[in-house]
Design a protein around this ligand. Structure first.
Ligand code: SAM
Ligand code: SF4
Length: 386
């Protein structure tokens, strides 16, 4: 087995905690108000689900465990410990396993206990550094809470990242540039910088349709993206993925890299997605868990909570391209795609995209250029096998 095959065989565990104290008006994740949840029942169902995954798969140690949501910083620390203990017993851990969790700054008082439960990498949903913007985003914390949370996180976790959302209504290029410089100044090793997306079905979409919300237009948002690349690179936090920035390879997210590299991950919790398959064995499986917590809890105890689909080689190839080209630093390897899926990239399209300065082809690998990163989704769709 080659090193590339071994990388493709790695396995991560995603744990979806679907509850949030308040639902943010821009968010389209699978989330529910915390008051509607019974954490004990959900935990029991997730542990059962994990056992079922262990029965389905050839055992292999986990490369990463990621608690996402929703707001997993609302999980009782004992529940985090229970998931970690069960995962270790059933799968084992790779040396240097990453254990990450997404936290909301409103839960800053719980962070020490979350670290004691075994989490070593924290990503904080800071979103903005001033009160007016946080209010406009419908967040349940102010800027001081976010700053306190960054401080507490840096005391308790080996690795800290935080998320910011830019291209917010009324935000100027200058304002974003200063906010970003301030964010970098906190000295974390990783930042996730997301352009605001108005997702279908969200409160923000309804407001925009009624003319009550006017985010920056595409040109202004593209300028903000470009300035994001320039400022982060100048401060040693260049992008390794379209929206993710790290000081060093060790600061990058192991778990998210499994997605972009097309390795394997199993998901537990309502709505969690999974992708599993052995390198060169064909038949990559996609699984989706039932969305509503009550349905998930009931099904985990009986038939199992996931629906399964075997991806066709074509669908697998398209997905690998859409995810893989996002790794801007590493670039995308068409030879590996061919080796795994027997599908080839359209080389004429690749040459056309290179002529338009959207990609650069170096030693056979395809890299998004600075311009290409602005149109990453378009470039990926053009490159994907027809
Ligand atoms: C699932 S959320 C989890 C974080 C945590 N619940 C919180 O909000 O603090 C992950 C990240 O996705 C980003 N995000 C969610 N919806 C977005 C949108 N519509 N546009 C841009 N970024 C978004 C936010 O930065 C958020 O921190
Ligand atoms: S952004 Fe985070 S806190 Fe807000 S609803 Fe989505 S998952 Fe919950």
């Amino acid at each position: 087995m080659t090193e590339a095959d071994r990388a493709l065989d790695r396995l991560g565990l995603y744990v979806h905690w679907p509850y949030c104290a308040r639902i943010c008006p821009y968010c389209d994740f699978n989330v529910y108000k915390a008051a509607n949840g019974t954490p004990g029942e959900l935990l029991a169902a997730m542990l059962t689900d994990l056992e079922q995954w262990a029965d389905r798969l050839e055992p292999r140690p986990l490369a990463s465990i990621h608690f996402g949501g929703g707001t997993p910083s609302l999980m009782p620390p004992a529940a985090i410990e229970a998931v970690l203990a069960k995962a270790q017993k059933l799968f084992g851990f790779e040396p240097g396993l990453e254990i990450g969790l997404e936290a909301n700054p409103a839960e800053r008082d719980r962070l020490a206990a979350i670290a004691s439960a075994g989490v070593e990498r924290l990503s904080l949903g800071v979103q903005a550094l001033d009160d007016a913007s946080l209010k406009a985003l419908g967040r349940d914390h102010d800027a001081q809470a976010a700053l306190d949370a960054i401080d507490v996180a840096q005391q308790h976790f080996k690795r800290v990242s935080f998320d910011l959302i830019y291209a917010r209504e009324g935000q100027t290029l200058d304002a974003w540039q200063s906010e970003l410089a301030r964010a970098i100044g906190f000295g974390v090793g990783h930042l996730s910088l997301y352009q605001l997306t108005i997702e279908p079905g969200t409160a923000f979409q309804k407001r925009r349709d009624r003319g009550e919300l006017t985010p920056p237009d595409d040109d202004a948002a593209a300028d903000m993206f470009q300035i994001t690349q320039a400022v982060t690179e100048a401060h040693g936090l260049g992008a390794y993925e379209v929206s993710n920035h790290a000081r060093s390879r060790a600061d990058q997210s192991v778990h998210n890299r499994l997605y972009w590299e097309g390795a394997n991950w199993i998901g537990i919790g309502p709505g969690a997605h999974s992708r599993v398959g052995r390198a060169n064995a064909g038949g990559r499986q996609a699984a989706t868990a039932l969305l509503r917590p009550a349905d998930y809890i009931a099904a985990a105890a009986t038939t199992g909570a996931h629906s399964f689909e075997t991806l066709s080689a074509h669908d697998e190839a398209v997905e690998r391209v859409l995810m893989g080209v996002r790794l801007v630093e590493d670039g995308f390897d068409p030879t590996l795609l061919e080796h795994v899926t027997e599908r080839t990239l359209n080389s004429t399209v690749a040459a056309q995209l290179a002529a338009k300065d959207l990609v650069r082809i170096t030693q056979g690998r395809i890299h998004l250029t600075a311009q290409g990163r602005v149109f990453a989704d378009y470039v990926a769709q053009r490159l994907a096998p027809a």
